[in-house]
Design a protein around this ligand. Structure first.
Ligand code: GLA
Ligand code: ZN
Length: 681
């Protein structure tokens, strides 16, 4: 694989990116003129085009109609708007499927999906691969040197709506992938533990995808299939990317991620982050009762981390409500700007939307847009143009990097493994623990980097590990090195249990983390639904509040760790519940239950003391404060999510960029407002 240079921005874009998915093919060309006028009025700098346009660009097999796209790109160029040009490979035309019905993916249950939506793709299908390579090549030959071209947008959101296909082509491809990964069938038998339930294979030809089985299927097979499906999508991305690089060197290539946990959970973004030139992300608020701005911050931090800390780009979010949740609330006044600027604070060099003009037809006509059905005499339009103007005042932040205070260990593969069936408790959800730890860090105004379990963590005073069920020996050694070197680690229950093949590490739990935590777990003791346990500080330990745990408890045997809280009841009564292990220059905490209420805060308070992280005083709750810094200066973003005015102490004087006012001492941030101070150096 040739090395691909990373871009810091779309080519030729010298401002923050502001715009959206633009689907002018849904409108008569007269409307395009109005679009250009309104885009200029709103301060649009870049739009994403052509993402779903295959059927228009290649109306007959091998016959191309580029006329409309020629006119569109020329028009964008004439109006000073950069183009993020899609390869339309997420939406092959109807004629393609008539000729190649096997390119339609098959569900786990054996249902072949039909044409008539989008994203119906078997990524192993050779006809699909050839056709995708061809349309990509046609596009790059035609537009590779078009002056409007800033960025290639390959495909769309790999991993949704179909995360894996279970067809016969995929079965054959899976067998080849297994050979490359494991060598021969005996190695697969060993890795998958096929001695269990008599699943032994004589040859690779006997192995199928993990299709629907009468009862629980082999977990290691399922885990390998998830890896295979992810790798297969990545192969297709890389194939398109290499064509684009070869024929249009210098134009960065991206594909839009969806890093928010649970919005697309089948993609290992650590691996994908290495393959794109510029990391881009789509983010939508999930209105399920949790604090949406905290989830947004988490997704943005995760995206930045996947980008290795470099600036990235929010390629889609929404101006108002979406249309695909059970209930789709409008955004409150100012919320769209807070969302956009929170992404920018956390590393995005711009804020883009799905979509520019709200559709009249099709499945997404009730999804909000920058230019809504109501037209320009609307709150959304006023807020959109205001945001465009505000972003125009922030162009100086480009290339600066967000400053993180602490790290959270996250691994998609561990999450996949943990999410398989027949675990000690169906109530335990790795993502829920990650959310809870993140929220506690957010509430103490700490900015979080995410890190792979094998990453160098030495730069962080505090590292939390909310749920790392699958942890290799190597990851265990890495965490140990981190603590020995002076770090403070906090690990939640059911971590370090299995290896890369979902096999339990030999010896007592938690195999990979026993040494660093200074303990063993003799037995898991998950609680009944609604059950709780009481946690008290034992004699001799520093006094702390009585805590309550639910969902889980462990029978912990300390082997060097001290007990900070112990169980007052439940099966492990009298035994350690929260422990602290001094190792080398550092400290490792273990939390063997799910603390309720402010319990996790109480534990993290102590860990922050060990890490010498001073609590930030004078910052109101739910006022988000994030710093970006670099050669272009230091910028303090303050986002007031509360209904009251806030006053935020400044470390140094500066200039507030959105109002142009000097800022010294305490910065006043009105309810719901955002302020960005460029600090005097
Ligand atoms: C995704 C897709 C877009 C659109 C939006 C709607 O992010 O990439 O094409 O469907 O969702 O929220
Ligand atoms: Zn398939």
């Amino acid at each position: 694989m040739p090395h691909t240079p990373r871009a810091t921005a779309p080519q030729g874009l010298h401002q923050l990116a502001f715009g959206g998915d633009y689907n002018p093919e849904q409108w008569p060309e007269e409307v395009w003129q109005e679009d250009m006028r309104l885009m200029r009025e709103a301060g649009v700098t870049m739009v994403s085009v052509g993402i779903f346009s295959w059927a228009l660009l290649e109306p007959e097999p091998g016959t191309y109609d580029f006329g409309w796209l020629d006119r569109l790109l020329d028009l964008l160029h004439a109006n000073g708007i950069r183009a993020d040009l899609g390869t339309p490979t997420v939406a092959p035309p109807a004629w393609f499927y008539r000729a190649h019905p096997e390119a339609l993916p098959v569900s786990r249950e054996g249902v072949r999906y039909a044409f008539g939506s989008r994203g119906a793709i078997c990524h192993s299908n050779p006809d699909y691969r050839a056709a995708a390579a061809n349309i990509t090549e046609q596009l790059v030959r035609r537009y590779g040197s078009h002056p409007a071209l800033a960025l290639w947008h390959v495909h769309n959101e790999y991993g949704v709506p179909v995360s894996a296909c279970y067809c016969d082509n995929c079965a054959a491809h899976f067998r080849r992938w297994l050979t490359a990964r494991h060598g021969d069938v005996e190695a697969v038998n060993a890795a998958w533990g096929t001695a269990f339930w008599g699943q032994r294979y004589r040859g690779l030809d006997e192995i199928d995808p993990p299709r629907t089985t009468p009862t629980v299927g082999n977990p290691a097979q399922q885990l390998d299939y998830a890896r295979f499906a992810d790798a297969t999508m990545r192969e297709n991305f890389c194939a398109e990317r290499d064509i684009l690089h070869r024929l249009a060197p210098g134009i960065p290539v991206t594909t839009n991620f969806m890093t928010a946990l649970s919005q697309c959970d089948s993609v290992d973004y650590w691996a994908w982050g290495r393959e794109v030139d510029l990391v881009t992300n789509d983010h939508y608020l999930i209105t399920d009762g949790r604090r949406t701005h905290v989830n947004l911050a988490m997704a943005a931090d995760l995206t930045r981390s996947v980008a290795g800390g470099a600036p990235w780009l929010l390629l889609e979010h929404s101006a108002g409500g979406v249309n695909w949740q059970p209930r789709n609330p409008a955004k409150r006044p100012g919320e769209m700007a807070r969302n956009s600027l929170a992404h920018v604070a956390r590393g995005s060099d711009g804020a883009m939307f799905f979509q520019w003009r709200q559709s009249l037809r099709g499945a997404e006509k009730f999804h909000s847009a920058m230019l809504p059905h109501a037209g320009t005499d609307s709150r959304i339009w006023r807020e959109v143009t205001r945001l465009g103007a505000d972003l125009g005042l922030l162009n100086g932040i480009r290339t600066t990097r967000t400053v993180a205070d602490v790290a959270m260990v996250w691994d998609w593969q561990s999450w996949w493994a943990q999410s398989l069936e027949w675990r000690p408790s169906q109530d335990h959800d790795a993502r829920e623990r990650a959310d809870a730890f993140y929220a506690s860090l957010f509430d103490r105004h700490l900015t979080v980097d995410f890190a792979h379990p094998d990453a160098d963590l030495s730069g962080y005073p505090l590292v939390v590990v909310p749920a790392l069920y699958l942890a290799t020996e190597e990851s265990g050694r890495n965490l140990r090195r981190y603590v020995e070197g002076g770090g403070t680690l906090v690990v939640s229950y059911f971590s370090g249990i299995v290896d890369a093949h979902d096999a339990v590490h030999p010896g007592p739990y938690p195999g990979a983390l026993r040494d660093v935590l200074g303990l063993t777990v003799e037995e898991f003791s998950p609680l009944a639904e609604g059950g709780t346990v009481r946690l008290v500080t034992p004699e001799g330990a520093p006094e702390g509040p009585e805590l309550t745990g639910d969902l889980w408890s462990d029978v912990v045997i300390p082997r060097g760790a001290e007990t900070m809280w112990s169980y007052a009841d439940g099966i492990p009564a009298g035994r350690p519940a929260v422990t602290r292990h001094r190792l080398g220059e550092g400290t490792a905490w273990y939390v063997s239950t799910r603390p309720t209420g402010a319990g996790l805060d109480a534990v993290l308070d102590r860990a922050c003391e060990d890490a010498r992280i001073a609590p930030r005083t004078g910052l109101p709750y739910d006022v988000e404060v994030v710093t970006r810094t670099g050669d272009a200066g230091t910028y303090l973003f303050v986002i007031n999510h509360t209904g009251g005015d806030a006053k935020v102490p400044l470390d140094a004087p500066g200039t507030e960029l959105l109002t142009g006012e000097p800022a010294t001492g305490h910065l006043a941030v009105p309810a719901g407002a955002v302020r960005v101070v460029r600090l005097d150096s």
